[in-house]
Design a protein around this ligand. Sequence first.
Ligand code: ZN
Length: 241
Amino acid sequence: MRYGIISDIHGNLPALESVLAALKSQKIDFYLCLGDVVGYGASPEECVMSVEQNAQVCLSGNHEWAVLNKLDTAVFNDDAREAVDWTRTRLSAQAKERIAQWPLTYKNDELMAVHGTLQNPEQFMYLMYTGQARDFFALMDRPICFVGHTHVPVVISESHGQVAALPSGEYEIDPQNRYIVNVGSVGQPRDGNPLPAFCVYDSQTKHVGIHRVAYDIAQAQRQIDEAGLPGFLSRRLALGQ
Ligand code: ZN
């Protein structure tokens, strides 16, 4: 099975469309979205509908929970809270109904997936350090788990009890080891590279890769500015921060 895995689209339709176009040439059998389809960007409704149309499975992120009032936005920074409030007023009842169906975790015979961490997925914790990964690996009963949430792509491997963070790139999965793959962000990358990130995993060849693709950043920025959303949300897209 060839999986196309995306996360953290954050209402950035130009970025989502570029990523989906890039995945079209990858012979994907199964599209998996790890959540935060909305929030920050100007096109939450269009992104929800596109994901619903294209992805076999979409998980809930903290921004979906915030929009549905299942999460207290007191923990959000001012820009994020303003974007959540704006997004809530912009989404149709139909889109909110769809979002409300999205689960927190997914598992099949080959892989697992969660927006933040397998430990208490509803708390949306950030997996930032290899030390935290040990508790995460302890909850895995598949060789590979895909995550998003930090907007920073990275591959964390566990080999004979040793945990290591490998830079974003392409890897052959060693069936002896286990892996947590952070697929990065489609709509608001924060690793200093403004290009949308996405992941392709081939469970047959055991090849996993995190890829980047160009898109019209200026268009996404213009849409954010025209929507009256905070200026930093538009500026940061060009910085990849
Ligand atoms: Zn996010």
